[in-house]
Design a protein around this ligand. Structure first.
Ligand code: PHE
Length: 480
């Protein structure tokens, strides 16, 4: 089924499945493979995971549908799409500022995302050279001590030359695909890389489940301990849900603008959210058994992917090849996401300044390269520079962590909150209903979620996360 756009002036996805793969490609990325296990580890396992799943279903999915429907209705770059729906509903055109905040956030995320992508490239290089010496059947980093393998990570992130160059390489690869446009480039990455990614993920997970510590993993990920569910953990979970579904950065609005009219947006959104959460959980089931089986602790943070896992690959047969396959898989997933992140500001520059796509994409890349270099250096020579360190939320954070916290814990939830209010209350029902593809009870439920549940829940979670102290005092007061 080919779903060409109505307006022939704008290009679009060549088919519904191309859109689904590209949207899943955007959603599935470092967020699922690196950030999810790291946040789960740092925020106490089960409590975080279960709250995260709730956030995906009750907040993420309704907002995802809201974003795609705004995009398809507008058929333009995100701010233009918000403005169009607002004006046709008789509301202020300033609603476009929600999308502008999103576009800006996408740019910020792009700038640090490619730094992480660069780290992954470096590890691919490490495993490749390891494989050349060890041979296919060997364990990874044979003959190296635990401490030596551990030291690879700080040595990499502390070396500004390595992090800056790998960042630029990753940005450049992203640029090549985005410059070729929707069906010529962005769609191609997704259509080739996503199926390969799934095969690698399933293969590695089966390997890990057979040889690894499954019981411990399940207990770790799914034991719910309510006392661990603090305001900060909730905000971390909701931020992770948005980051993972690519929400709150106008990304799904941008991708939705290229979707044909015959695509049912509700059904497609459910597929995207389902696939994304499945990958996050499978990634947990893939990573933790290897970690536990090697007798290691699932410490949170980035050390999990870049230190604990390589240790684990030192312990298991074929560790060298498995390690290489693992990091290649991560790079594929990261690329389909960085492409989406670059498309958001690029589409805006194309629409706003009427520039040719390649020119717009190069401009966005240059901007991201400059800001990204600051992030790339923030784990090394600039580690003492904490731009927003005077605020408790950003205390002790360098440029990279500051941008991550700023987007996932502030701008993404705020943008999503405003989007829910916009679609639930401001936009005209008739226009919204013409896009959403929902009927009957499900339609009512979705409307309840975007009108009431999402805004209120997001507001409380934002408050609870930003002002944990004040909120818990308030709850104590209410509870007597
Ligand atoms: N969802 C992506 C991930 O999980 C990151 C991303 C965020 C991509 C926002 C596009 C837009 O890695």
């Amino acid at each position: 089924m080919v779903a060409k756009l109505d307006s022939s002036a704008r290009e679009g996805w060549s088919s519904r499945s191309a859109f689904i793969l590209a949207a899943i490609g955007s959603a599935v990325g470092l967020g699922n493979l690196v950030r999810f296990p790291a946040e789960a580890g740092a925020n106490g396992g089960g409590a975080f995971v279960l709250f995260y799943i709730l956030c995906i279903v009750l907040i993420g999915l309704p907002v995802l549908l809201s974003e795609t429907l705004i995009g398809r209705h507008g058929q333009a770059a995100a701010p233009e799409s918000y403005r169009k729906l607002a004006q046709e509903s008789g509301a202020s055109k300033h609603w476009e500022m929600v999308a502008s905040l999103g576009v800006f956030s996408a740019f910020l995320v792009l700038s640090f995302y490619c730094v992480l992508g660069g780290w992954v490239l470096y590890y691919i290089g490490l495993f490749l050279s390891d494989l050349a010496t060890t041979g296919v059947s060997g364990v990874a980093f044979d003959g190296m001590s635990f401490e030596q393998v551990d030291a690879l990570f700080p040595a990499m992130i502390g070396n500004g030359v390595i992090t800056s160059i790998t960042n630029l390489v990753f940005l450049f690869v992203t640029l090549i695909f985005v410059a070729r446009g929707i069906s010529g480039g962005i769609e191609k990455v997704a259509v080739y890389l996503m199926p390969t990614f799934f095969i690698l993920l399933v293969g590695l997970t089966i390997y890990s489940m057979i040889g690894g510590a499954m019981d411990q993993t399940v207990a770790y990920l799914f034991t719910f301990e309510p006392e661990k569910l603090t305001g900060e953990v909730m905000l971390a979970a909701v931020g992770q849900a948005f980051f993972s579904l690519s929400l709150g950065v106008a990304g799904m609005v941008t991708y939705g603008a290229y979707v044909g009219r015959d695509v049912n947006l509700a059904g497609t959104s459910a597929i995207i959210a389902g696939a994304d959460s499945a990958v996050a959980l499978i990634a947990g089931l893939c990573i933790f058994p290897i970690v536990f089986a090697a007798g290691l602790a699932p410490n949170g943070g980035l050390g999990l992917m870049f230190q604990t896992l390589p240790h684990a690959f030192q312990e298991i047969p074929f560790g060298s090849v498995i390690g290489l396959a693992f990091f290649i898989m991560v790079a594929f997933a990261a690329l389909t996401s960085s492409v989406a992140l670059m498309e958001v500001p690029s589409a805006w520059v194309i629409d706003r300044f009427k520039l040719a796509r390649p020119v717009a994409v190069v401009l966005v890349t240059l901007g991201a390269a400059v800001l990204g270099t600051l992030s790339a250096l923030s784990t090394g020579i600039l580690s003492g520079f904490h731009p927003l360190g005077f605020l408790p939320m950003f205390e002790g954070q360098g440029v990279l962590d500051t941008l991550d916290t700023f987007t996932s814990k502030l701008t993404m939830p705020i943008c999503a909150l405003a989007t829910a209010v916009f679609v639930g209350w401001i936009a005209e029902r008739r226009l919204v209903d013409a896009e959403n593809g929902l009927e009957g009870g499900l339609h009512k439920f979705w409307l309840f979620l975007v009108r009431w549940f999402c805004p209120i829940a997001l507001f409380l979670i934002l408050l609870g996360g930003i002002l944990p102290q004040q909120m818990s005092e308030l709850f104590a007061l209410i509870g007597g």
